[in-house]
Structures are given as structure tokens and as C-alpha cells.
Design a protein around this ligand. Sequence first.
Ligand SMILES: [Ca+2]
Ligand SMILES: [Ca+2]
Length: 331
Amino acid sequence: MKSKNIVSVILVLLCLLVWSMRPLCISYGLNNESTSERIIDLFTQKKPYSGHGLNQPSDAFAPQEEVILYANVTYRGAPIANKLVAFQVNGPPNPLQNITIYDQGETNATGIAQASFRIPWPETNPRTIVFGTWKAVANVDIAEEIVQDTLTFQVGWIVEIISAITVDEDLQPQTRFMQESFVRVILTMKNIAKTPKNVMLVVVVFDSLRYIIDSAIIDDLKVEPGEMLVYCSAYISEWAACGNATLHACAYTSLGPAYCPEVSRAFRITLFGDLNGDGVVDISDMGEAARAFGSYPGHPRWNPYADINHDGIVDISDISLIARNFGRTCK
Ligand SMILES: [Ca+2]
Ligand SMILES: [Ca+2]
């Protein structure tokens, strides 16, 4: 009696084991079969990075740009015509307004359904609401099974000037520049697309009277995907008004429109010979030059402001240049 019980327990366990394995095998088999046989592929018009293939991202879109979504529906490799495809697009999650767009399309003879919309640009806080990662999903029912594909894409300024800082000859931040010297600028630029973009970069410098002192133009700048630094400089002539100056950096497409809002940066223009930047060329500037007399870059008494003629040494010619403007004040 006891051995009979043990045998039946073993039999039950064996049955359970077989039962637990079978559905697993079957369900795996079904999944493999269905995913390879029933396919929907969602992509956009952004060649060559349109998002072909399952769950692949598309290239980026700019504000108010049209997005065309295509869904290619196939069963066992053949296109399915006249199929209804549901599209759902979600903007980036944010605390102000979460955008959801629904649309649908019917597949044509080549199995492709299409939907399109324009990236919205609300009147208030558009960047918070629109910029970021968008997600699109296409759903279709193929032979009683729902299949879908997802696609993500970035929305933002395709090329953006993130920052502009004014620097000295050694590329160290500096915000005070003397007349008859160069103001140097380091721009950080960003390209969110997956291909390089050609940009016309323009940096314009205004003095305190809003006169244009100088401008630097790079006609055909190639901005690679990601971030890059761009160096440029503008000359501050002797007639530039001393006081608060600004520079404006703008990036334009080859066709003319701007890629992004301009970036501006304030700095100060000092009188030629005003070493300490107090708005007067007087004995204290002479004193500063005297203290740096004989010095050169790397020397403990080196003062780049005292090297007025930019020849790498503070000497009598710099002193005489300060003397030339002695007594002048910045008003
Ligand atoms: Ca001074
Ligand atoms: Ca010098």
C-alpha cells in the first residue's frame, strides 16, 4: 500500500513537471512565430535615421516642423493592404502640459499607413512643454494578434548655441577688454540631430552706444552631432565707446532662418591705457605698469593688462602708450 502511494506521488510529480514544461515550450514557440510573421515597423521621413527596424529612434525634429509617421505592416514578409493602424504620440513628460496626439491611417497597396502632425509650439512655456524625448507607438491587429512598434525622437533646436564666454589670450574667462585689443569668445554649440549640420555663425559686438564694433562670421561651420566648442574673436577699435558692451552670437541655416535664439554676453570695454579698469587713465595705471615692468608671461610680476602693445613684455613702449592717453576718462 505504501509503495503504491509513493509510485502515484512520483507519477503526479512527473506529470506536474511535464505539464509545467510544455506550456513554456509552446508559448515560446508561438511568440517566435508571431513576432517574425506579423510585423509593424514605425518610422519617420528623416532619412537616413528614420527609425527603420523595431523600436529604433528617429532623427530629431525642430519646433513646428512636420512629423510624418509611416507604419509598414507585413505578414510573413508580404505587405498587408487596407489595414487600420492606430498611432499614438506622447510629448515629453513635464509639469505643465503633457501632449498626446492620436491619429490613424490605412495601409496602402505596399502595406504602408501614414499619419502626420506638426510639432506644437504653445504660446507660453513652449520649451518646457515641447523640448525633450517624444515617443510614438503604432498598433495594428494582424491575424487576431495585436502587434506594435515604438519610435522615439528628440525635439529641440536642431543646432543651439548653449553658451558664450569671453576669454583672454590663454582662453581663461575675462570680462574686461581694453580698446585696441581683441575680445575672444568661446561658444558651446550643440547639434541634437544624428547628422552634421552646416551653420553660418555670426558674432556681433556692440559697444555701450549700441554701435557695432566688429563682427565675426564663420560662413560654413560644420557642427557635428553632440557638443562642440567654437573659438572666435572680434577687434575692439580705439573709437569703441568704453563701458558696458555686449556680444550676440547667432546660428543660421544655409537658407537663412535662424536655428535657435541668439545668445548674448555682456563684458566691459576699458579705455586704452586704463589698466585697472576704473574708468580713468591716471597715475595708478602708470604704477601698475611700473610694477609689471620687465615681466613676461609666466613671470611672477606679469600683468597681461600692462602689456598694452601685446608683444609679450612690459617695457617702456607700454609705459609711453599709457602716457598717450593720460588723463582720459570714460563717461
Ligand atoms: Ca585706471
Ligand atoms: Ca609690451
